[in-house]
Design a protein around this ligand. Sequence first.
Ligand code: IFM
Length: 487
Amino acid sequence: MMRRRSFLKSSLLGSGALLDTPTALSAPAAKASPQFPKGFLWGAATASYQVEGAWNADGKGESIWDRFAHTPGKIRDGSTGDVACDQYRRFHEDISIMKRLNLKSYRFSTSWPRVQPSGRGAVNAKGLDYYSRLVDALLEAGIRPFCTLYHWDLPQALEDLGGWPNRDLADYFADFAAVLARRLGDRLTVWAPFNMPWTFTRNGYGGTSLPPGRNDLGLALKAAHTVNLAQGNAFRAIKAASPKATVGSAYGTEPMYPKTNSEADRAAAARCHAFRNLYFLNTAMHGDYSKAAFPGEIPYEAMGFREGDGSTMKVPLDWIGIHYYLRLLVSAVPTAKAPAGASIDPLAGIRIELANEGPRTDGGLEVWPAAFYDLLMQFTRGYSSPVLEITETGCAYNDAPDAGGRIADQRRIAFYRDHLKQLARAMADGAKVRAYHAWTLLDNFEWQHGYANRMGLTYVDFATQRRTIKDSGCWYGRVAATNRVQE
Ligand code: IFM
């Protein structure tokens, strides 16, 4: 039987200051045209399944996303990522777009089944070689390659063994990380083991919107625990193979505001922050789960926690990667039933709602730049000013080419301008941010929404694969060239 854990001293340890209720939120005027420090890295991000295509080329194995998208009814427009942006074959063209946008960092992810078709054992030389050629071409263009090892495309063969709830995957993942780090680690130094681990464990195993859609909260807890072990294992495997590697994270983070000023709602917002934003960070930093994340005792048994797991999870991440897309309003659960527009997370005993005071993107998300500042300051205060990378922010606007072929996506320009001003404000107030990655370089396969949501700085005509840089891409390119937010 597992020994009693020594809990973190304070229930809010590591969570940073609490955020105020939305009514108390004012967005101080952000400085016009702020200047960013010399050497700041302007970048863009993508993910393998969303852009590569070539789903079964050159020995690649099937992923859970191939299986999911090939299942009728799973993707809104009935599409798949079989071809996507065909980046597997067109990466040189995409790197020339990055050069035209003056980008200095490209965050891409590696497809595990392209490198190891069954997720363990035999390596597919052609798949591995693809990433090596991509890295060489990026370096040649003066762009820092940033590798996310896992952005949701698990080899189907591993899902057939139980998927992430099977803790053996923590070891298979370490082997995968070692294969990549041995091959690329002489040239590539920036690694994130996982993208948005909370999202793919919670929604893939505890829900149905993402594959494998197992819809069992117990499996979600187990999956998340395996991922915490895998994160620690990957950190060590990468560092062992590549001494110059820096290993961080790419967490999906959302500022959580108490819905009202009541004690109960404030406590719920703090718990939601610990549960969703810090679940994979506190385990790395402290080698234990935080009691702050749960309404009662930490459910170690349900997770499948074993003696020694704490030291497996504990690794000193070199930097923290943060995504920002939306803010949430959190309240204590008054009844078992969520009102319309809200959802209850029984694992954390909280009720969450999307805030909706601001304008909406075409994807339906509220635009609220000031919360980006709050989030950055929350991490800055909560972790003694760590080095931060903005691993994603972005917006869906479906502007089409006009008669002359130009994509005048003014709303995307306004989105980035306002968010970058808040970023500059946070940096002036002490946030140590060294890079910003726009989501995303190209319109691409937006998961269960298919191609319906266009989030790129570059327009892709999916019938011809023709790329056209949007007005927002040109604008972002000027920001990158001058290090200054353009009006
Ligand atoms: O497209 C996704 C990405 O894969 C993960 N973060 C959010 C993006 C936009 O929805």
